[in-house]
Design a protein around this ligand. Structure first.
Ligand code: PMP
Length: 428
């Protein structure tokens, strides 16, 4: 059913909207867009109310001590802040795209660190996936693994995003509550008094059950599931061929000598468990949005003046664009002048008519074959433009390739060098 894959998510960098800003984005859309068509996708019907929006708004309106939202209001540890500073001030490539599964040194250390904990040899490329926050990991997991009509068992009380994420994937949430037994007289109740009723849990599994979401330590109860409870869940998942999405973002926050156990470490669970962690929780840095906020603060002060980055960046990139256009023309490539962005499309029809038989599969669009040829023979990389078209339209648009001009002087010079050489070679 599943490849043995543990997803360990890391709150690496932050998009422009965290939960807080995302909330205001939603409000702004509701307020300002007027369309005859239904604006919101139907899959959001019934799940568009976000309690965080309401309470965060209230908390900012009133002078209230915010003990609601789950973020530390102390600094992350010095070593984490230093690592962040180093990451942004060192190798410039650290600010740019990395491999799709995550920054290789990160996937490597996660594989080694969590592999030991889970008793597995983890392959950094196959078993670890870095996402933007555990939210990102959860969303991706639900979208990738839950199909229309699948049932997903959610143990209540549950972190509030599991239900909407199940619904958005077309699944049906099936809830099973933790049942509370009274604490011994005179003692404070404990999260451990909340237990799964084995018969009730078993009754929720049906042939349509695809996944069970486990959250240990649990938000909001703080319950740390014991090994015995996890074995119960594991047995049922195995009996019914069900996947376990195990949200373990609080795994390092366990008190009174209790032990966090990852369900993936139990016998025969590795192959059906997706384990989700969070660097945000782990290193007390739930949102490294500060640097982005600072950038906007600075920009607001300079906006409209020559010192504005939003002015300087396009000026500099226009020079690059024009440089690239001139250079590409020298070998018979025909650039289309882009009005914006940092890509330009080049028409390669002439090449297509002069050398139509470039190596490649018969049905492979020409632009893909051209790019492979160019990489191998001319030492220049571009992206075939047909990948931006739907399958039925690809053949119609297989005579363009895309170049990117947001490059530094040295790269442009290297390009010029390759193009000069190309120019000196016999043309097709
Ligand atoms: N899972 C649980 C149980 C959580 O409480 C939270 C955050 N409150 C998340 C996932 C999301 O974590 P992240 O900040 O890494 O997106």
């Amino acid at each position: 059913m599943l490849r043995s894959t543990a997803a360990i998510s890391v709150h690496l960098a932050c998009p422009l909207w965290g939960r807080k800003a995302g909330a205001s984005l939603t409000r702004c859309l509701h307020q300002s867009l007027t369309m005859a068509k239904q604006l919101q996708a139907r899959r959001l019907d019934g799940i568009d109310h976000n309690p965080w929006v309401e309470f965060i708004k209230l908390s900012s309106e009133y002078d209230a001590v915010n003990l609601g939202q789950g973020f530390p209001d102390f600094s992350p540890p010095d070593f984490a802040v230093q690592a962040f500073q180093q990451a942004t001030s060192g190798d410039f490539m650290l600010n740019q795209y990395t491999m799709a599964f995550g920054y290789p040194p990160l996937t490597k250390i996660l594989a080694s660190f969590f592999g030991k904990l889970l008793g597995q040899e983890l392959d950094p490329l196959k078993n670890v996936l870095v996402t933007v926050g555990a939210y990102g990991a959860l969303f991706s997991a639900f979208q990738a693994l839950v199909d229309e009509g699948d049932e997903v068992i959610i143990i209540e009380p549950a972190f509030d995003c599991y239900e909407p994420m199940t619904l958005m994937a077309g699944g049906h949430p099936v809830f099973v509550p933790l049942r509370q037994s009274p604490a011994p007289k005179g003692q404070l109740e404990s999260s451990n008094d909340w237990q799964l009723d084995p018969t009730e849990l078993a009754s929720k599994f049906t042939p349509r059950t695809k996944a069970l979401v486990l959250n240990t330590p649990n938000n909001p109860l703080g319950k740390v599931f014991s090994k015995m409870e996890l074995e119960l869940v594991a047995d049922l998942c195995q009996q019914h061929d069900v996947l376990c999405i195990s949200d373990e973002v609080y795994q390092w926050l366990v008190y009174d000598g209790h032990q966090h156990v990852s369900i993936a470490s139990l016998p025969d669970m590795w192959g059906r468990t997706l384990t989700i962690g969070s660097a945000g929780k782990t290193f007390s840095a739930t949102g490294w949005k500060a640097a982005v906020a600072q950038c906007f603060e600075r920009e607001q002060q300079h906006f409209g003046q020559p010192s504005s980055y939003f002015l300087q960046l396009p000026q500099a990139m226009q020079l690059n664009r024009d440089h690239m256009i001139r250079s590409l023309q020298s070998v018979g490539l025909k650039p289309l002048i882009p009005q914006g962005g940092y890509f330009l499309i080049v028409d390669i029809s002439d090449f297509k008519s002069k050398m139509p038989d470039l190596p490649g599969a018969v049905d492979e669009p020409y632009d893909r074959r051209f790019v492979k040829w160019m990489i191998k023979n001319k030492g220049l990389v571009a992206i075939p433009a047909s990948i931006f078209f739907s399958q039925p339209h690809q053949k119609e648009f297989d005579h363009y390739v895309r170049f990117c001009f947001v490059k530094d002087e040295a790269t442009l010079q290297a390009m010029d060098g390759r193009l000069q050489k190309w120019k000196g070679e016999p043309q097709p």
